[in-house]
Design a protein around this ligand. Structure first.
Ligand code: XMP
Length: 517
């Protein structure tokens, strides 16, 4: 792999994704990795990320300078550039001038592999206080800005390179080309990593792990579990059984998407558990959001355990019990939980289906090295229907936490109808790629007066919550075109009984969360 050294902040994951977009496999490692540990992983290149610190600060993230002597090509970015400069005898100055945001850079040496074919004047994204004031001996200066004399440097003999700006950020107009120049031209790494060989590798790995054992997978209807199960099915066929719990809190058409479209595309063995009555009676009379979440989580586990017991009994009869459980864990969850890389534990991820940790299974996690967009690409390559692969995130507790107030069958029916209208209109307007997700919420405890037909109405409001986001940790409300909002409002108030008002949520996250409960 190419190792991306994480000096903190949010840059390392973005760099890792951009490297993969250049068709080169990348992994994130912590900044305190030693030269011996690096050598053991046998990387074909190293990228040092930016970070929030100054190289002179007490407690600045340490880095083992012996890594520069391993003969592996290295690209330092921003803070990583300054770490390289300091470690190899250059100078970094507190210039007192902060460069932040879009900056004009002048490329003086477009003959060097790193900046080959780059325009002499270009706009890049900067975010730094300190600057490299003198390149180390043996390094050529390739670019500068008005306030930064050394904005990029190279030592071709040692294959060490650095840039002060952030090539991984889209605001750096030619940034991706800088990364690709480093990978392909300077380091000579071929562009040969793609969804096709990820699938081949994962299929081989799953076969090696599972052998002839039986595997179970809880499908949520979402992208991750769907792609994970499809991969496992491709690897071991009918050794896999998928379980889908219909808790009655799904959106219109979701059960059919899994039972018909997904099964047709993959051929997986699917067991659907009809648990609507069980969930709705457990939720009867409950309106507190936390209590709803707890009840839904608890019932989900009970239902799954029941299905599992049934399947276990069935499979034990033929002497071969189920030993493996598929999980759709993604790479950001692994990095953020500190799994395998030693990075700080930012948050322990909780699984979509809310399965407990003490399930007696060995986990199969074929997506744990992948980012979400890569999972979608693999799903498409495996032939999964777009309606599942392109699906918006949907919370495990489903519509249960999108009804503010008690959850009843009638209210679910009403919300499903309104939600289907919103989804259809957003898709028809071509807006699916602009929004991260658009929860539709029923304020069941609120009524307002309206006039419908020739008479007074006293109905409920529906809230639209369209948001734009990169990762759901922060979000902004999406500025939907007025005519699309008007059409949605018109249709909902005309077509959905008992709703006489449609309102738009214009709150960012923070302070609002994406969901209302
Ligand atoms: P919030 O409301 O916390 O949501 O801003 C962030 C993202 O997580 C989804 N979400 C959930 N997903 N189980 C899930 O699998 C849950 O209990 C849950 N609650 C919220 C939400 O849709 C958004 O994408």
């Amino acid at each position: 792999p190419v190792l991306v050294v994480d000096f903190g902040a949010q840059y390392a994951q973005l760099i890792a994704r951009r490297v993969r977009e250049a068709n080169v496999y990348s992994e994130i490692v912590p900044h305190d990795i030693t030269a011996a540990e690096v050598a053991e992983r046998n990387p074909i290149g190293i990228v040092l990320s930016g970070g929030p610190s100054s190289v002179y600060e007490d407690g600045a993230p340490a880095f083992d300078a012996a890594i520069f002597d391993l003969g592996i090509p290295v690209l330092g970015i921003c803070y990583g550039f300054q770490v390289m400069a300091t470690a190899l005898g250059g100078e970094v100055a507190h210039s007192g001038v902060r460069e932040y945001g879009s900056t004009n850079v002048t490329v003086s040496d477009a003959g060097n592999a790193l900046l080959a074919d780059q325009p002499a004047a270009q706009t890049v994204w900067m975010s730094h206080g300190d600057s490299v004031s003198k390149a180390p001996a043996g390094f050529d200066v390739l670019a500068s800005t008005d306030s930064t004399p050394v904005a990029a440097f190279a030592n071709d003999a040692r294959r060490l390179y650095g840039v002060q700006w952030h090539p991984e950020v889209k605001h750096s107009v030619h940034g991706q080309q800088v990364l690709e120049n480093f990978l392909h031209r300077a380091a000579g790494i071929p562009a040969d990593w793609n969804s096709g060989n990820v699938i081949a590798d994962q299929v081989a790995a799953i076969r090696a792990q599972v052998g002839t054992g039986k595997v179970i997978c809880a499908l949520s209807g979402g992208v991750d579990s769907a792609v994970a199960a499809a991969l496992v099915h491709k690897a071991v066929g009918d050794q896999l059984v998928c379980v889908f719990v219909d808790h009655g809190l799904l959106r219109a058409g979701e059960r059919e998407q899994v039972e018909i479209d997904y099964v047709a595309a993959t051929g997986v063995r699917l067991v659907t558990i009809d648990a609507e009555d069980r969930f709705l009676s457990a939720l009867d009379g409950v309106s507190d959001p936390e209590q709803k979440r707890k009840i839904i989580g608890r019932e989900f586990i009970r239902t799954f355990e029941q299905a599992q017991a049934q399947l276990l009994a069935e499979s034990a009869a033929d002497g071969d019990p189920i030993r493996f459980l598929v999980q759709g864990t993604l790479y950001p969850d692994v990095v953020e939980s500190g799994g395998g890389t030693g990075t700080a534990n930012i948050k322990s991820h909780h699984n979509v289906g809310g399965l407990p940790e003490d399930l007696q299974f060995e986990l199969v996690e074929p997506l744990r090295t992948l980012f979400k967009d890569e999972v979608r690409a693999i799903g498409r390559e495996l032939g999964l229907p777009e309606i599942i692969v392109g699906r918006q995130p949907f919370p495990g507790p489903g519509l249960g936490i999108r009804i503010v107030g008690e959850v009843t069958r009638e209210r679910l029916e009403l919300l499903r109808h309104a939600d289907a209208i919103v989804r259809a209109e957003l898709t028809a307007a071509g807006l699916d790629s602009q929004i991260w997700q658009c929860p539709v919420v029923l304020l069941a405890d609120v009524r307002s007066v309206g006039v419908q037909g020739d008479g007074r109405s006293y109905g409920h409001p529906i809230v639209l919550r369209p948001v734009s986001s990169e990762d759901a940790m922060t979000a902004d409300w999406t500025r939907l075109p007025y005519d699309v909002l008007a059409r949605i409002s018109n249709r909902i108030t005309n077509e959905v009984a008992d709703v006489n008002r449609v309102v738009l949520d214009v709150t960012s996250k923070p302070p609002g969360t994406i969901e209302w409960e």
